[in-house]
Each structure stands twice: as C-alpha cells, then as structure tokens.
Write a protein that binds this ligand. Structure first.
Ligand code: IGP
Length: 266
C-alpha cells in the first residue's frame, strides 16, 4: 500500500536528516528559536471561505506537475490571494524539500504549514527550525499515544496542528483527543480515490458545538471546479486546502479569488 511505502521511505530520509543535524542539536535549535509563529488556525477562522494554497511539485496520485512553476512567482501570487500556505517537504513522492519551506518563509507573512509524513519528534523540532507555523499530523499513520505526544510537542513550540482524517473512526479518535483543527481529506491515501462526499459525510458527524468551541474545520484535496466549491459549502468548512488546481493554474491568485466569490454567492 502506498501509504506504507511513503512512511518506510520517510524513515530512511530521517536517518539522513539526523546524520546532518543530530536529534539533540535539532531540539536545541527549536527550543532556542525566537521567531514568533503566525497563527494558522486564526488565519482560517473568519467570515467567508479561507483558502490554504499548497506548493507541491508532484504527488503519487498525479505524478510530476508542471515543474516550470517557479517558487518565487507562485508565492508572490499566493501572497495576495490565499490565507495560508502549505508546503510539501516530503522528498520521494511529492518532490518536496525543507529548503522550499525555508525559502517560502522568507517570502511571506502568511502562516506556513509543513506538509509531510510526521512520525517522530525530530520532524516537529525541524518544522519549527525551518520556519513553519503549523504541521500536519495524519491520523492514519499514528496511534493515539504517538499522535498526542507529537501534537502536544507542536503546541508547546507554538505550532498549530492540522489533524487529518479520512473516515469516521479516525474522526472519532480526533474528537476524543479534543483537537483544535480537523482536516477532512477527500482523497483516500490508500486508494487515491477522491470524492467531496467525504467532507459532506464526516462534517455532518461533528458535534453541534464544534464551531462554538472555536474549533476549525478544513476540507482537503481534490477541489478543481466551481461545482466542488458549491458542493462543499453545506459542510461549513472554514477553509479549503487546494494544491494541484492552484499549482497547475497560470493565475492561482485569480482562481482563488474566483472560488471565494463562488462560495460567497453559491
Ligand atoms: O492537490 P490537491 O488534490 O488539491 O490536494 C492538496 C492536499 O490536500 C494534498 O496534497 C494532501 C492532503 N493530505 C496530504 C497528506 C500528505 C501529502 C499531501 C496531502
């Protein structure tokens, strides 16, 4: 299964990363970082639709994207259209890099989320060191105890956590942990199948007071048409995480603004 392969490759990459900067050194760097995080959750919670624009060059479901896309140009376009930036740092399957996130950090005041397959403390410290404001944690690859450990560590470093679920069991686990930000992934990471129905179905299972308690709901993946935006409106998501469609667009700024209008008027 692809998810297992990605996690196995991640473990190998971690050995390399630790050879370059040891665990203790990375931890100390993170603890000594004086950079104040930009609130990720806060940027998404406002009237109307928020968009998290993603920077990624490839994905296992899609293959390589238009790699002519220039990072600098893309981030400048995102800067005046999206509400937060997601940066893939996974190397082998998404052609990402921590170096991309470091570059993005220098170019934006928007909150930046590190998108990776995080399985160990080392990667949380590293996220802080490279300038991320938030991290992704995927329920499907972590048991509850590990999830909670990484989650608490992130918040202790001032990082927000987007907690990704794809089915009811994972959603119930996250609700039991009382997490702040839930991301419903419309793509099944095991089969790559995408359907907006996942957000529709799972968002209906959230407790009635989810929003009142200041929690944040994000719908992730597969948004590519006006119809997808309209279909998601009834789920009352605070934000959509959009990658492929924005990376493949010549004018991601205009597309984001258009989708915010579709959402507002739909
Ligand atoms: O390119 P899309 O279909 O718009 O999807 C973006 C984002 O949701 C997707 O990249 C993603 C969601 N969860 C992930 C976990 C790991 C890597 C990537 C992802």
């Amino acid at each position: 299964m692809i998810l297992d392969v990605i996690v196995e490759d991640k473990k190998k990459r971690l050995v390399e990363h630790k050879a370059a900067v040891s665990e203790e050194e990375m931890k100390q760097k993170a603890l000594q970082s004086t950079r104040e995080s930009v609130g990720f959750a806060k940027a998404l919670k406002k009237d109307g639709l928020s968009v998290i624009g993603e920077f990624k060059k490839a994905s296992p479901s899609h293959g390589a994207m238009d790699i002519k896309v220039d990072l600098k140009e893309r981030i400048l376009q995102y800067n005046d259209s999206v509400d937060a930036i997601s940066c893939l740092t996974e190397e082998d399957h998404f052609y990402g890099s921590t170096a991309y996130l470091e570059q993005i950090r220098k170019m934006t005041n928007l909150p930046v989320i590190r998108k990776d397959f995080i399985i160990e403390e080392y990667q949380v410290y590293e996220a802080k060191v490279i300038g991320a404001d938030a991290i992704l944690l995927i329920a499907a690859i972590l048991d509850d105890e590990t999830f909670k450990r990484l989650y608490d560590l992130a918040y202790s470093l001032g990082l927000d956590v987007l907690c990704e679920v794809h089915d009811e069991a994972e959603l119930q686990r996250m609700l039991a942990l009382d997490v702040e930000i839930i991301g419903i992934n419309n793509r099944n990471l095991k089969t790559f199948e995408v359907t907006m129905d996942t957000t529709k179905k799972l968002s209906a299972m959230l407790p009635k007071d989810f929003k009142e308690r200041g929690k944040v709901l994000v719908s992730e993946s597969g948004v590519s048409t006006d119809g997808d935006i309209s279909a998601l409106k009834q789920s009352h998501a605070d934000a959509f995480l959009i990658g492929t469609a924005l990376m493949e667009s010549d004018n991601p700024g205009a597309l984001t603004k258009h989708w915010k209008e579709v959402y507002a008027n739909g």
